[in-house]
Write a new protein. Structure first.
Length: 337
């Protein structure tokens, strides 16, 4: 029974996750609609973990008795009883007594198995529920100018992880601004500064339909910054897939990739391979050849393998993929700067 009560993005826990997400969305949409129209409204938020009954609008205990108190009954001969409601009074009482004091709910509840389950499955669920599209490269580069530190990129990624989990179970409007969707979820709006996306350009342009592309962009940027700092870019990979390259192997690889635009394509494709394929492999596959494995991946996904990857040294193993990515990210940084 407990497996049905622990929120997750797959399996038995999906039921409670979807139900919770839906109820939070209804509550926040109601409160947010009130705040858009009311002057001097409060901007309180509360974590889902700290939520109590007094923070929510209860129909049975609050709204239903209010409706009954504003009901007017009349009895006409031959017509039976007739009921009318003073809707203006109901609306006024509803706002003054109940909605005004209610906070937006921040959906930071734990999703058991979300970080352990196949991310490719979660992304596929989002694509099934919300149409996704890419954004022009020039805009991505402008957004990255705003997100100029590892800490900021990591903070935004954490926000996107939560939102992607919600979209995978609850869906959403692809044309809705991502910043507006975050407000509905309970993230505080910031009319005079930047909000949870940390970029005015991102908040002004990006919609829900861009979230997977945005996540990929920031994930690549974060891994690149970690590589430049000499840190592990893919800490979620097991030790079996963190094997280093020899100096000879490094020189062979660097000679094959020497153009910036060329490197961008390779890094993007290799990052996708690591996140959606390699992270799901078992240790028994660590000695498979990287070239052979990535070629099979391209065939299975119907994608085109970037020029150069197929010409990597045949001795490079699957266990060295993350090291290859880090080496290329460092090389790209040297060429660009």
């Amino acid at each position: 029974l407990s497996s049905f009560l622990l929120p997750s993005s797959t399996g038995e826990g999906l039921l409670i996750t979807s139900l919770t997400d839906y109820l939070v969305l209804v509550h926040n949409s109601f409160v947010h609609a009130y705040r858009d129209r009311a002057t001097g409204s409060r901007n309180d938020t509360i974590s889902l973990c700290d939520l109590e009954a007094r923070h929510m609008i209860e129909y049975q205990e609050q709204v239903y008795p209010l409706l009954l108190s504003q009901a007017h009954y009349s009895l006409a001969l031959g017509q039976g009883s007739h009921v009318t409601y003073d809707f203006e009074a109901v609306e006024r009482e509803l706002m003054d007594q109940f909605i005004q004091s209610k906070p937006l709910i921040v959906t930071d509840h734990l999703r058991f198995e979300y970080n352990r389950e196949a991310r490719s499955d979660v992304f596929e669920q989002v694509r099934d529920r919300v149409k996704q599209t890419e954004v022009r490269e020039v805009l991505w580069r402008a957004i990255l100018e705003d997100l100029d530190s590892l800490e900021v990129v990591s903070d935004v990624l954490r926000v996107l992880d939560v939102v992607i989990g919600i979209l995978s179970s609850a869906g959403g409007d692809p044309e809705q601004k991502l910043s507006s969707y975050l407000v509905v979820l309970g993230y505080p709006s910031s009319p005079h500064g930047v909000g949870p996306l940390q970029s005015r350009r991102a908040e002004g342009v990006l919609c829900v339909k861009h979230i997977l592309s945005f996540w990929s962009l920031l994930s690549i940027e974060r891994a690149g910054k970690l590589s430049i700092l000499g840190q592990i870019p893919f800490s979620s990979l097991s030790d079996e897939f963190q094997r280093k390259l020899s100096e000879k192997e490094k020189k062979q690889i660097e000679r094959s990739f020497d153009r910036l635009s060329f490197l961008d394509h390779v890094l993007t494709y290799l990052h996708e391979f690591i996140v959606f394929f390699l992270s799901e492999r078992g240790s028994e596959e660590k000695d498979y050849g990287l070239v052979e494995s990535i070629t099979v991946y391209a065939e299975n996904t119907g994608t085109e393998l970037p020029a150069g990857l197929s010409h990597l040294h045949k001795g490079i193993k699957l266990s060295q993929t993350a090291a290859v990515w880090a080496l290329l990210a460092q090389r790209r940084h040297r060429i660009a700067y």
